[in-house]
Write a protein that binds this ligand. Structure first.
Ligand code: PGA
Length: 274
């Protein structure tokens, strides 16, 4: 696992957007070989989406041959609701780029058969050949997608009950009223993300520092589902200074040797520290 420590959330946004553009461009996607991207919602990736839109508008990256799968969606929240992840993704990203809507996949939490919705999602991911790059964030409780503490580390796409912590954290998007936050969500599993050929996790802010410490310095544990990525062969965590507050000084010092320019300019598999 690599940890790239940048100064600020703004730098995390710019660096990660450049990295995504670089990975898409170097894979030279075409109608015969699409680039398959896993995408998150939430406050953390917003800056990256803005920067990717800028790069697209400058002609630096096209999404014409990119297929996306979002990591999660609330159950029973209409797609038109301003806090649904359908709405979030179209509003903040898809409507500003040249992606073909038929290449966008987001779980539908409003269907009657949620189980089939989840198993069909897994089938579609498999049919297209799996993820080239999965981008994620983490919750303060260490969840990846909505894989809450105690989730199986080999889980697949399914319905999850959200913890009170997650609902409280997300109440900020629902008029600070926790009763409006859905109790369940559909989410890709930890195993679904672990199958990606490459994973990039964005972490910003001191409120995520303890989760980052659990992810990096402690063992693999289903109570901190992000820690599973210690067993992934190609995971890059990109964080800001504030997110490192719970790490040991020597851990920070070690990972600070990672050169962000080298990572952007080199082959992503050529790890400096892995
Ligand atoms: P956030 O959410 O980016 O809004 O902090 C991340 C998450 O809960 O996975």
């Amino acid at each position: 696992m690599k940890l790239l420590i940048l100064d600020s959330p703004d730098e995390v946004a710019s660096w990660s957007a450049k990295y995504v553009a670089k990975r898409i461009n170097e894979s030279k996607p075409s109608r015969d070989r699409y680039f398959v991207l896993g995408l998150p919602t939430g406050g953390t990736p917003l800056g990256m989406y803005r920067k990717l839109i800028e790069l697209h508008k400058k002609g630096k990256v096209s999404f014409q041959y990119v297929v996306t799968f979002n990591m999660d969606e609330y159950v029973n929240l209409p797609k038109t609701h301003s806090q649904s992840y359908h709405y979030f993704m179209y509003d903040n990203f898809f409507k500003h780029i040249d992606i073909d809507p038929k290449n966008v996949h987001i779980l539908d939490g409003t269907v009657s058969d949620l189980k089939s919705e989840c198993s069909d999602y897994e089938k579609k991911i498999k049919q297209i050949g799996g993820f080239d790059l999965f981008i994620g964030g983490i919750g303060a409780d260490g969840h990846i997608a909505f894989n809450e503490p105690g989730s199986s580390l080999v889980s697949r796409t399914r319905v999850k009950t959200l913890t009170d912590d997650t609902r409280e954290a997300n109440a900020r998007f629902f008029d600070n009223d926790i009763s409006q936050v859905p109790r369940e969500a559909l989410t890709v599993g930890v195993g679904t993300v672990m199958d990606a050929r490459e994973v990039m996790i964005l972490i910003t802010g001191s409120h995520k520092a303890f989760a980052l410490y659990k992810a990096i310095e402690e063992g693999v544990n289903h109570m901190w589902t992000i820690s599973a990525f210690q067993l992934h062969p190609n995971t890059l965590m990109v964080c800001d200074e504030d997110a490192t507050l719970e790490l040991k000084v020597k851990t920070v010092k070690y990972f600070k040797n990672l050169n962000p320019h080298e990572l952007i300019n080199s082959d992503s598999n050529a790890s400096i520290k892995s």
